[in-house]
Design a protein around this ligand. Structure first.
Ligand SMILES: NC(=O)c1ccc[n+]([C@@H]2O[C@H](COP(=O)([O-])OP(=O)(O)OC[C@H]3O[C@@H](n4cnc5c(N)ncnc54)[C@H](OP(=O)(O)O)[C@@H]3O)[C@@H](O)[C@H]2O)c1
Length: 240
């Protein structure tokens, strides 16, 4: 990664070693703090050929890794876990000796058991589903090593309540647009880390949030702007 310029608040260039401090969660959280991380093209595409890899830049990859190392849990929808062939996080959370678990939200529990989430992970993947999901699928995911939790529903408040029960307050949601849309509609997003890749992608890719119903647009405060080799790393906070 080239030099990272700190545009807002203005300051000296940052090195890789500075990034964990710059992206630290608020201290002494008394509830789950939902940080969402996405990369988008300049024209709003969330994927290229169905995956986000084509949008990544060295700076985005560096921040993606740092955000994982700061999190207690990585929250993701099943569509992303499938599209991106998720496996367990590899690097321990800073200050701990294990990586954060991935928590997958799935109403259907239709996840392949050969996903790296189950076959290539240092800590059990948490599967957040409900008793409405077919019993054989829930059993198969348990058999594959998943920590399958049947919640009363998959509303954001219920999901976050389960993470709070487990003491997982530093939440990093890596999408995708469906889960993010649910979080937005519920007013549950505390922070959005948005990488703008210096690319025009066109195509028919969706954008970073999607929901069925309307939602009164919510104003976010611009908290931080970094730049590296044409990539903009934006951070917005709710209520800032
Ligand atoms: N650019 C980026 O940074 C980025 C990040 C993430 C994803 N993506 C892209 O986004 C695309 C995937 O989009 P997506 O919208 O399908 O992703 P998603 O939000 O990860 O998955 C949506 C699916 O997850 C389950 N789910 C999520 N929230 C739920 C809830 N509250 N209640 C019940 N079920 C819930 C549902 O499926 P089931 O019930 O069937 O399980 C739902 O259809 C891929 O192309 C991926 O590459 C891009």
């Amino acid at each position: 990664m080239g030099p990272v310029r700190r545009l807002l608040p203005p300051g000296p260039d940052l090195s890789d070693d500075d990034l964990p401090g710059v992206y630290a969660y608020p201290p002494a959280l008394d509830r789950p703090w939902v940080r969402v991380n996405f990369v988008s093209s300049l024209d709003g595409a969330v994927s290229v050929d169905g995956a986000s890899a084509g949008l990544g830049t060295p700076a985005d990859k560096a921040v993606f890794g740092v955000l994982r190392r700061l999190a207690d849990v990585i929250l993701v929808g099943s569509g992303t876990a499938r599209a991106e062939r998720y496996r367990g996080a590899r690097t321990p959370t800073i200050g701990r000796d294990a990586p954060p678990p991935i928590a997958v939200v799935t109403g259907s529990a239709a996840l392949e058991t050969d996903l790296g989430l189950f076959t290539d992970t240092a800590v059990p993947t948490i599967v957040l589903t409900t008793a409405e999901a077919p019993a054989d699928r829930r059993a198969a995911l348990r058999e594959a090593g998943g920590d399958v939790v049947e919640l009363p529903d998959l509303e954001p408040a219920t999901i976050l309540g389960e993470l709070e029960r487990r003491g997982l307050r530093r939440v990093l949601c890596e999408g995708g647009p469906g889960l993010h849309g649910d979080l937005v509609a519920a007013g549950a997003v505390d922070e959005l880390c948005l990488t703008l890749s210096p690319l025009l992608a066109a195509g028919d890719a969706g954008r970073i949030a999607r929901s069925a119903g309307g939602h009164d647009p919510e104003r976010m405060g611009l908290d931080q702007v970094l730049e590296s080799d044409g990539t903009l790393l934006l951070r917005y906070r709710n209520g800032a």
